[in-house]
Design a protein. Structure first.
Lengths: 114, 116
């Protein structure tokens, strides 16, 4: 598959465990945050988003937490499965910015051991 | 399958050459975005078009240009290619185009450009 980065932080978890992927964002004016998942050889895929007026949002098996005080975002994946193995990117967007002008983080590689 | 189609999937060319990457957005999406993904820079926003008009510009070099046609497909033109232009180029689409922060982007599978 395609390599998206040679020096990505890597998180290795056992199948069935919970995963927590962290992200520090850069712009205190950012008001919208998204997590994307990129599997080998594919484009990024939307997972979940959160606005700055929230500090937590839950989806199916995923939860995003936002701490604006320290400009920190995290993605929690419950009962991690082998299919969750991918590179995960956080992205931020600031009010007034183009919807697509997302600023992506460097990514974290999640490896799930069966 | 995101519904976004990109061609070609792979392209190998020489320095100084020019290439065109093509993107067909999801049916009904008016916005098209181009991103570059390289090993050292990660995912970088290049440019956005909405219903045929340029809407936002990111870190796009002057050697690069794009356009969106009446049928909403888009092309990214890369000229005077340099070794450092080798990267994955992604197209994404969405139904929205106004500024503000809503909605998700649907990414294609990318075009891998190798400049030798």
């Amino acid at each position: 598959g395609e390599s998206v980065g040679l020096h990505l932080p890597t998180l290795s978890v056992q199948e069935g465990d919970n995963s927590i992927i962290n992200c520090a964002y850069s712009n205190s004016a950012s008001d919208y945050f998204i997590w994307y998942k990129q599997e080998s050889g594919k484009g990024p895929q939307f997972i979940i988003d959160i606005r700055s007026n929230m500090d937590k949002r839950q989806g199916q098996r995923v939860t995003v937490l936002l701490n604006k005080t320290v400009k920190h975002l995290s993605l929690q994946i419950a009962a991690t499965q082998p299919g969750d193995s991918a590179v995960y990117f956080c992205a931020e967007n600031y009010y007034g910015g183009s919807q697509g002008n997302l600023i992506f983080g460097k990514g974290t590689k999640l490896s799930v051991k069966p | 399958d995101s519904g976004v189609t990109q061609t070609p999937k792979h392209l190998i060319t020489a320095t100084g050459q020019r290439v065109t990457l093509r993107c067909s957005p999801r049916s009904g999406d008016l916005s098209v975005y181009w991103y570059q993904q390289s090993l050292d820079q990660g995912l970088q926003f290049l440019i956005q078009y909405y219903n045929g008009e340029e809407r936002a510009k990111g870190n796009i070099l002057e050697r690069f240009s794009a356009q969106q046609f009446p049928d909403l497909h888009s092309e990214l033109n890369l000229s005077s290619l340099e070794l450092g232009d080798s990267a994955l180029y992604f197209c994404a689409s969405s139904s929205q185009g106004t500024s503000g922060s809503t909605g998700e982007l649907f990414f294609g599978e990318g075009s891998r450009l190798t400049v030798l």
